[in-house]
Ligand binder design. Structure first.
Ligand SMILES: Cc1ncc(COP(=O)(O)O)c(C=O)c1O
Length: 377
């Protein structure tokens, strides 16, 4: 059989790596992807099953996705003169926004380390990506941000609030400054609130109270961390003029009827998900305290459902630090715990693992594993 000739493909696409999803060896406690660890009660599962059974999967999505849009608008108390657009996860929305902004010479900027898809989508669509390193404590380097924004005038600046993987939330006055600088030349600031269910604050409050100062802001949310990662529903909120334009690029029927029905069901039972988020936030504080008590570990404060933990001793060279972090990662796996090794993702993360805050028993098992490994090292 002859092999296909790929020579008409873009050379930069051929040089790219696909997004890597870490394999999950059977039996491990999965704490690597910021998923909600709780499953629905049997009663709710049965009720959802009935709802899904009745969905007309022979028809294209229609009224139910519109109803989901309305239900989400109510859920977030959509500010006046703003509109909401649904995506197949917020990943799709990041892609659509990048596509919409891909004028010749356009650039995308975000602090780094950050969610990798900001950069990946920029490169996929031919935009230049500018990363501005965070400070050592993972706070925004405001001076560096201002310099880079003035120099590059990026069309889009992403601020994940809280950030992935550092899990911290930027100061409100820093955010306001970034928005002012970018608005001055009519760029867009994306407030990516993927981790909002676990955060004390939301930028939506400012968008509602000060629409003029936030006219260049697009807020993104997802139901993934809320508890529906498998369902793939993201949404963005902005003043209607933005949504009207972005909607032109949205593939028809981008949200499946099954996804819409699951999300409507979850919103009807939002008290269940809110209680789960409360438990996760309590567990987060306990986890921080327990990990900080283990010699050699430095957990970082979190406003999300994840936590960065420095396991590598500072002062070591890069390779040694990565090897030490890898040894922790593998030992955790041997103890039945799967986390994410982010040591090589960015120089600031050398020596770090990223954990998801799980259910109480999972966190207990994780702390126990860390403690046993620390004793054996
Ligand atoms: C900051 C941030 N934004 C967006 C996403 C994508 O979320 P979704 O599952 O809705 O595509 C993630 C996923 O981890 C994330 O960390």
């Amino acid at each position: 059989m002859s092999k296909p000739d790929l020579s008409h493909l873009r050379p930069d696409v051929r040089a790219m790596q696909a997004y890597h999803v870490q394999a999950v060896p059977p039996g491990l406690i999965k704490l690597d992807a910021m998923e909600n660890p709780f499953v629905l009660s049997q009663d709710l599962q049965a009720e959802l099953g009935k709802r899904l059974q009745a969905v007309e999967i022979n028809r294209y999505p229609g009224p139910r996705t519109e109803e989901l849009q309305k239900a989400l608008a109510e859920f977030i108390d959509l500010p006046r003169e703003h509109a909401l657009m649904l995506g197949n996860g917020s990943d799709e929305l990041i892609g659509l926004l990048t596509l919409a902004m891909a004028r010749p010479g356009a650039k995308v900027l975000s602090p780094e380390p950050a969610f990798v898809m900001y950069k990946n989508f920029a490169l996929q669509m031919g935009l230049e990506f500018v990363g501005v390193s965070l400070k050592d404590d993972f706070s925004l380097d405001l001076v560096g941000m201002k310099e880079a924004i003035e120099l590059h005038r990026p069309s889009v600046v992403y601020l994940a609030y809280p950030n992935n993987p550092s899990a911290n939330a930027w100061s409100e006055s820093d955010i306001a400054e970034v928005i002012e600088w970018v608005s001055a030349y009519k760029g867009v600031v994306v407030m990516d609130e993927a981790y909002q269910p676990f955060a004390a604050k939301t930028w939506l409050t400012h968008m509602r109270e000060n629409p003029e100062q936030n006219a260049q802001v697009i807020l993104m949310r997802t139901l993934s961390k809320f508890g529906l990662a498998g369902v793939r529903i993201g949404y963005l909120v902005a003043q209607s003029a933005w949504v009207e334009e972005l909607n032109k690029l949205r593939p028809p029927y981008n949200v499946s009827v099954l996804n819409a029905e699951c999300a409507l069901f979850a919103l009807e039972h939002q008290e269940v998900y809110k209680a789960q988020a409360q438990t996760i936030m309590q567990e987060r504080e306990k986890l921080f305290h327990d990990l900080a008590a283990i010699e050699g570990l430095t957990p970082y404060p979190s406003s999300a459902n994840m936590m960065l933990v420095r396991v590598g001793a500072q002062g070591k060279g890069g390779d040694e630090l990565h090897a030490q972090t890898d040894a922790w990662f593998k030992s955790l796996q041997a103890h039945g715990i799967l986390v994410k090794n982010v040591s090589k993702m960015h120089p600031l993360l050398a020596g770090c693992l990223r954990l998801t805050v799980g259910a109480p028993k999972e966190n207990q098992a994780m702390v126990q594993a860390f403690s046993q490994i620390a004793q054996s090292m």
